[in-house]
Write a protein that binds this ligand. Structure first.
Ligand code: GDG
Length: 440
């Protein structure tokens, strides 16, 4: 494949890791993104990439199956029913083994290997078995569930033992780390002291929170460029220059609470709290995991909901909800953030949520309001957002209205303090702190 044909996959993990890798001289071992493709290692975008192939059936069983139909819903409060299937599990183990072998072959003597996310939870132990000389870190980008949910998993012991192959296991929130430590005690009978888990062979595994962040500087300077400022103005005028632009940006995923925020917005219009033409809601729903059944169902239900709201509350030439099932470039995304008065981030459960932090990074004008779910990891740090429980539609409506009606003085006070936080704890600091802890 030619250099020009590579595209980054959307989503939080890639957004977070790419700048870190570009700044260090590491290699990234990963799946190139299309089935049955065998490629040699290559350099792209300042990164050394080592492709690990997946067959079409592995994409179905390992990626769409065990990763995204079993682990993803289980780890997100079972907001959709997880699929438990031994065939999927076998594929998960096989693919994890392949990644462990690839890392074992690539890593230099005593190198540091940092394994990312729920698709690879068996790799730490498999890799340690092959290469005991390595320093192994693992970071989970999604929530780690409490025992009450994790116990459902037929392979719960195997997953814990897989993670315990690492020297350091990182989570987004302190709650994830303590869930993990407690499970190691209850399920495996392992003792712990504070955040150190003591294994029977004398090894010590640390578990701690490292809240991930964004490249604050990149967004901050991007939105100061004239073409982005211009485009933001253009977006508002294309929307008919409403008083208020509300924005949602998510992968189309059932954990993101897109239906809840649309319901809240629809009710506000219906009951007249928002007047026709006063506000436009732009929902970018990036296509994601389109072959997983729950995602197909979600798409249908969101599109039905959007049609209803527009059909009932719109007028000819004026649709209150602008729904885009498309993927956008960085610049357009930044312009959208800059154009939005209210950013609406309402996941039912989310490891962190980078979109919330990206919005804050873009608002050097100290305008704009963030409505944020209490169930996003980002809510720990962004206390000055308009926090809401997305299951409580009335509460969500109140938060959205409060954000729309807030005074410029209130907004700038909130924004300044949130920007202070994100500019200090950016993605580089996240990586440095994790790696420093791992290497210590
Ligand atoms: C997982 C965890 C955790 C979205 N649409 C487009 C686009 N995006 C980018 C956003 C943002 C990223 O994708 C989404 O990140 P989130 O954090 O919001 O959500 P997940 O994808 O679910 O990420 C999450 C994250 O990992 C990191 O640890 O925060 O909790 O679920 O960066 O900007 N980017 C472009 N076009 C799009 O259309 N270019």
């Amino acid at each position: 494949m030619g250099e020009g044909t590579w595209r980054r996959s959307p989503g939080g993990l890639v957004t977070a890791i790419a700048p870190v890798l570009q700044r260090r001289e590491g290699a990234w071992i990963g799946w190139p993104g299309s089935p049955d493709e065998r490629l040699n290692p290559f350099d792209h975008d300042g990164m050394h990439l080592i492709p690990v192939p997946l067959s079409a059936s592995e994409v179905e069983l390992y990626y769409e199956g065990f990763s995204n139909a079993t682990l993803w819903p289980l780890y997100h409060d079972v907001v959709a029913p997880p699929v438990y299937s031994r065939v999927l599990w076998d594929a998960y183990r096989t693919v994890n083994e392949r990644f462990a072998r690839a890392a074992a072959e690539e890593a230099a003597e005593n190198a540091v290997v940092w394994i990312q996310d729920y698709q690879l939870q068996l790799v730490p132990a498999m890799l340690r078995e092959l290469r005991p000389d390595l320093r192994i870190g693992f970071f989970l980008h999604i929530p780690f569930p409490p025992g009450e949910l994790f116990y459902q998993l037929p392979w719960r012991r195997e997953l814990l033992e897989g993670l315990l192959g690492a020297d350091l296991v990182g989570f987004q929130r302190p709650g994830g780390a303590s869930n993990f430590i407690r499970l190691c005690r209850r399920l495996l009978g392992l003792a712990h002291q504070k955040n150190e888990i003591h294994l029977e062979d004398g090894r010590v595994v640390r578990a701690a929170a490292f809240p991930i962040s964004v490249d604050f500087g990149e967004f901050d300077s991007l939105v100061r460029q004239p073409h982005i400022v211009e485009r933001a103005k253009e977006i508002r005028s294309e929307l008919g220059d409403p008083e208020c632009v509300l924005l949602g940006v998510d992968r189309l995923d059932y954990t993101k609470g897109i239906g809840q925020r649309l319901k809240a917005f629809g009710e506000l219009l219906h009951e007249g709290s928002i007047k026709p033409g006063e506000a436009a809601f732009v929902q970018i729903a990036t296509p994601s995991r389109e072959r997983v059944e729950e995602y197909m169902r979600l798409r249908d239900s969101i599109e039905l909901q959007v049609g209803r709201i527009n059909g009932e509350q719109g007028e000819l030439g004026m649709q209150p909800v602008q729904y885009m099932h498309q993927s956008y470039g960085r610049d357009e995304l930044a312009a959208l953030y800059l154009a939005a008065d209210v950013m609406v981030v309402t996941p039912l459960r989310d490891g962190m949520n980078l979109v919330a932090k990206e919005y804050i990074s873009c608002r050097h004008d100290l305008r704009g309001a963030l409505v944020l779910s209490e169930f996003a990891g980002a809510a720990d740090e962004l206390r000055q957002a308009f926090l809401a429980n997305p299951y409580d539609i009335d509460g969500l409506k109140r938060a959205m209205l409060a954000a729309m009606r807030a005074t410029p003085h209130d907004l700038s006070r909130r924004m300044r303090s949130m920007r202070r936080r994100i500019s200090t704890y950016d993605v580089d600091r996240w990586a440095k702190e994790f790696l420093a802890d791992l290497e210590s």
